[in-house]
Design a protein around this ligand. Structure first.
Ligand code: 2IT
Length: 444
């Protein structure tokens, strides 16, 4: 494989799609070695076929706001690869959403979903709709208008969307309601549903829980314990909430959360009612964390990110490229031992490079945050069987899946000096599964 040539041709075809090109480059450069050991991959042009989505839908979403004004947003669904199972991946509603961001997320999802051991292909979608400050009725009308366009392209065995940033239980409910009305069927077409209509226990917590199961195993593999460690989290959404719960339960101390306005440093630890307060913060729809400082007497640092705090473990839980080279340098200087991306592509390539150079344990999002989509896969299984599992059953399965992902990362990521390159391990393991499936099914 000639990565340089392939990247050049992608840059020419998709100029300015920086996040997408970043995600592709990372995967290609880590699978190069194994790719070249398999001439059949080259012959079937697996890499060239993998980097282009199967298809992309873009559509206009007109809706009426509470003042009676007409609003217009753009909607997307990117069906990237379904070689190992139905397209699967979340919907993101955020003003930053564009084709590049959704293509990077869809591309990552292929490998993440392959790692979960469940039969799910990769997809992503969303809209530039900004949920901030919107009323419940506006969110409902927007979700309904979004689904009027999307419903024909999805289904329980074709493409199963879910949540991502800006899309939680409320939005999934409104999307599901409109799907059900249009398609006239009740099926597991979306995951992240409420319990009353086919949702799974543990799904809201799953990304954070899975992330902590993975990080705990990383530490244990290096002969360390998570007990008593300090943790910096970014974000204050579903993912940070689940992560804070599980980290606290494991005996670690979470000292930060963050929002677009800055970060909270709580040296006493964010536990108990303080974790539940994150839900309240989110419900206000103002997208700020500062009120936490006033309520609990903690420190608020405006317009900065929490990576300047001295901690043992840093867990980005907010969005892509939220931890850059300078942040990584600060973390290393402050003695960080592990950085685990619970957000997708949370670290910039320069930050990753620096962490690897210093042999810091680094877990990439597609392994560390795979518990979310894995539990979505478990929701699909329950829907297909028309039954529900207990929280204990789902949690046990999630635990098992995270452990298997860890094993795969170690298998393909261990270097000659014993250091485990989890990025390489995750990319190679995910890639091999998808590549073998594509080979076996011919050129299609
Ligand atoms: O990035 C992710 O894996 C998600 N947003 C969850 C996707 C899913 O289908 O549950």
């Amino acid at each position: 494989m000639n990565i340089e040539k392939l990247m050049q041709s992608l840059e020419a075809k998709h100029p300015g799609e920086t996040e997408y090109l970043q995600a592709v480059k990372e995967v290609l450069s880590t699978i190069e070695e194994v790719y070249n050991e398999h001439p059949e991959f080259e012959k079937a042009k697996i890499a060239e076929r993998l980097v282009e989505p199967d298809r992309i839908f873009t559509f206009k979403i007109p809706w009426v706001d509470d003042r009676g004004d007409v609003q217009i947003n753009i909607g997307y669904r990117i069906q990237f690869n379904n070689a190992i199972g139905p397209y699967k991946g979340g919907l993101r509603f955020h003003p930053s959403v564009n084709l590049s961001i959704l293509k990077f997320l869809g591309f990552e999802q292929i490998f993440k979903n392959a790692l979960t051991t469940l039969p799910m292909g990769g997809a992503k979608g969303g809209s530039d709709f900004n949920p901030k400050g919107k009323s419940d009725a506006e969110v409902m009308r927007f979700c309904q208008a979004f689904m009027i366009e999307l419903w024909q392209h999805i289904g329980p065995d074709t493409d199963v969307p879910a949540g991502d940033i800006g899309v939680g239980g409320r939005e999934i409910g409104y999307l599901y309601g409109m799907y059900r009305k249009l398609a006239r069927v009740n099926t597991g077409v979306l995951t992240g549903k409420n319990l009353e209509f086919g949702g799974s226990l543990i799904r809201p917590e799953a990304t954070g829980f899975g992330g902590l199961y993975f990080v705990k195993q990383m530490l244990e593999t290096a002969g360390m314990s998570i007990q008593g460690k300090t943790i910096a989290l970014s974000g204050f959404g579903n993912v940070a909430w689940g992560a804070a719960q599980k980290a606290t339960e494991m005996g670690a101390k979470v000292v930060s959360i963050s929002g677009p306005d800055g970060y909270i440093y709580d040296e006493n630890g964010i536990a108990g009612e303080k974790i539940e307060y994150m839900l309240e913060l989110r419900a206000t729809c103002n997208d700020i964390v500062e009120p936490y400082a006033e309520k609990f007497g903690a420190k608020f640092v405006a317009n900065r990110r929490p990576w300047e705090v001295k901690v043992d473990i840093a867990l980005p839980c907010a969005t892509q490229n939220e931890l850059n080279e300078e942040d990584a340098r600060l973390l290393v200087e402050n003695g960080v031992i592990c950085v685990g991306e619970i957000s997708n592509m949370g670290c910039t390539p320069e930050a990753i490079e620096l962490l690897l150079q210093h042999k810091i344990m680094y877990g990439p999002g597609k392994a560390v945050n795979a518990g979310g989509v894995a539990t979505s896969g478990l929701e699909m299984s329950q829907n297909a069987m028309h039954l529900t599992w207990t929280a204990e059953e789902v949690d046990a399965k999630l635990h098992q899946i995270m452990s298997e992902i860890h094993t795969q990362c170690v298998k393909y990521g261990r270097e000659s000096d014993g250091y485990i390159n989890y990025m390489k391990g995750a990319n190679v393991a995910g890639f091999l599964k998808v590549a073998k499936a594509m080979l076996a099914q011919g050129v299609i």
